[in-house]
Write a new protein. Structure first.
Length: 261
């Protein structure tokens, strides 16, 4: 069950003694993770840069659809920007829920995928009715070829405070961010008109308000103030972050290990 929508992947309810797994950590692993899993070690097609690993982490070369761990071996699993890549999302989600008690799942939203698409993404995903609803991108109408990521990912988040606050006050516009316990309710390639229409039809006001319910002025102020506080807190924390990640070769040399590339 999805329990909350955090501000981002650093706003997670991870306990001090939790054993944390991260699946598909790519070029930007979470420092809090104890074990990280990567499927592709010889290509960056599915990520934006070379694999990075912190010295304290255990690296495992495996598929997220076939995780080599015992049931509930971890207290928490982080999966950031991976689900949209996988061949079998149902199996992938089942494995997350099998090996961990709780977790965090982040993906691009439908609008996020439209603004900064990736060829390696197989699914367009929306957060509706406390579910993740996936639809094959090849079946989507419209132009999913033009990439405006230079503006919406690389420029505005660093130049516009108002735009940054939008990510925190209406988080699911660009990204789906979900913390869950026990399991995640998903629908793949919906046939029900209620869900299918979000992927195939123009959005009307009723559909928009279902995704982004209107708020009173008081709630809007509270939401905005909370976002500002979190943004300031994040800036201070990032300035104090002295952790340095290693590339895969550096990590293997440090731990005297070999991996078949």
């Amino acid at each position: 069950m999805i329990t909350r929508n955090p501000f981002d992947r650093y706003d997670l309810k991870i306990k001090k003694n939790d054993r944390v797994l991260e699946v598909g950590s790519g070029h930007n692993p979470t420092f809090r993770s104890n074990t990280i899993v990567e499927k592709y070690v010889d290509t960056n097609y599915h990520r934006c840069g070379d694999i990075k690993i912190y010295p304290h982490q255990t690296f495992v070369n495996a598929s997220g659809e076939e995780l080599p761990f015992k049931d509930k071996e971890f207290d928490y699993v982080i999966c950031n920007q991976v689900l949209e890549h996988v061949d079998d999302p149902v199996r992938f989600i089942q494995e997350q829920c099998r090996v961990a008690k709780r977790g965090y799942m982040e993906t691009p939203s439908l609008l996020g995928e439209f603004l900064f698409p990736k060829k390696s993404h197989k699914w367009v995903i929306l957060y509706i009715d406390n579910k993740l609803v996936l639809f094959e991108k090849d079946r989507m109408p419209g132009n999913y070829a033009n990439n405006y990521g230079e503006l919406f990912l690389n420029y505005l988040p660093y130049q516009s405070l108002i735009y940054k606050l939008l990510w925190y006050t209406e988080g699911n516009i660009m990204l789906n961010r979900c913390e869950w316990v026990n399991d995640i309710d998903i629908i793949v390639n919906p046939t029900d008109k209620k869900y299918l229409s979000f992927f195939t039809n123009p959005w009307n006001r009723k559909m928009v308000e279902q995704l982004y319910p209107p708020r009173s002025l008081s709630k809007e102020i509270i939401k905005t103030v909370s976002a500002i506080k979190y943004l300031v807190k994040s800036k201070i924390k990032s300035k104090n972050n002295k952790h340095v990640a290693l590339n895969l070769n550096e990590y293997m040399k440090l731990h005297n290990k070999n991996i078949q590339l």
